[in-house]
Design a protein around this ligand. Structure first.
Ligand code: COA
Length: 260
């Protein structure tokens, strides 16, 4: 499929997805959301892709939010559909059983912050700015921000940012755990690729089960979660990668994972 608003570059198991509407600060219009959905459905089943990096085109923005020109036309009926269909795209990303890294290279506002929140790992450039400014438009976050931001940074902090719409600079984002690392902008993509390569060097089967286990926290009680973890641990124990990883350690050599 041809993508109008997204660039895709595949390199040794890593797919770099760039939201490409720089003149609109990479705002997510419905066409871009549809393209993101199609692309992630494709990457999900793509055996050549083990890690995905999402970033924004240009030096100013990751994604400056949902497209406000489109938001402006919503009413109480179409608004529900808008939020639900956007949530479905971000849930698809979150539930992908391959690591998805947000390389946040500038403004990550509204839907942009929510897109980063749906990724498994967030790293950012020093000029990145996060925020959920929807109250300034008379709405609330609708692509998962109230849920994922609150789970990630806690309800006290999330309430402040969602109720004020204030931006969070990169240093503050790092301090509150909204991002894992910050780098000079010129280094961001290379650093993301390094992280991607590190993830690719692990057994993909174990990585997949780890993502499933971590994501289950949002849905399960501690007791159920421990039970789920034990089942996934057991599945890993039945793999060739487990035999290889433990044998390689004992034989003092690097593992050669076959991802099964
Ligand atoms: N939707 C649609 N267009 C957007 C947009 C969005 N979310 N964010 C930026 N743009 C467009 C602007 O309208 C402008 O387009 P134009 O040149 O055709 O007028 C272009 O992108 C550049 O943005 P501009 O506002 O001129 O840049 P700036 O450097 O002055 O300000 C921001 C940058 C990010 C602070 C500002 O663009 C902004 O507040 N954007 C909206 C953020 C937001 O509320 N997002 C949540 C939506 S739910």
């Amino acid at each position: 499929m041809e993508y109008k608003n997204i660039l895709l570059e595949k390199n040794d198991g890593i797919a770099v997805v760039t939201i490409n509407r720089p003149d609109k600060l990479n705002a997510l219009n419905s066409e871009t959301m549809k393209e993101l959905q199609n692309l992630f459905l494709q990457l999900k089943d793509d055996d050549e892709t083990g890690v995905i990096i999402i970033t924004g085109s240009g030096e100013k923005a990751f994604v400056a939010g949902a497209d406000i020109a489109e938001l402006n036309k919503l009413d109480a009926i179409s608004g529900k559909d808008f939020a639900e269909s956007g949530q479905a795209v971000f849930s698809l990303i979150e539930n992908l059983e391959k690591p998805v890294i947000a390389a946040v290279n500038g403004f990550a506002l509204g839907g942009g912050c929510e897109l980063a929140l749906a990724c498994h790992i967030r790293i950012a450039s020093e000029n990145a700015k996060f925020g959920q400014p929807e109250v300034n438009l008379g709405i609330i976050p609708g692509y998962g921000g109230t849920q994922r931001l609150t789970r990630l940074i806690g309800s006290g902090r999330a309430a402040e940012y969602i109720l004020t719409g204030n931006m969070i600079d990169a240093a503050e984002a790092l301090r509150i755990g909204l991002v894992n690392r910050i780098y000079p902008q010129a280094e961001l993509i290379n650093r993301s690729m390094e992280l991607g390569k590190q993830l690719l060097s692990k057994g993909a089967y174990a990585v997949r089960q780890a993502i499933r286990a971590i994501k289950s926290v949002d849905e399960l009680s501690l007791k159920e979660g421990l039970n789920f973890e034990a089942s996934l641990f057991a599945l890993c124990c039945g793999t060739e990668d487990f035999k290889e990883g433990t044998s390689a350690f004992l034989e003092k050599r690097k593992p050669n994972f076959k991802h099964k």
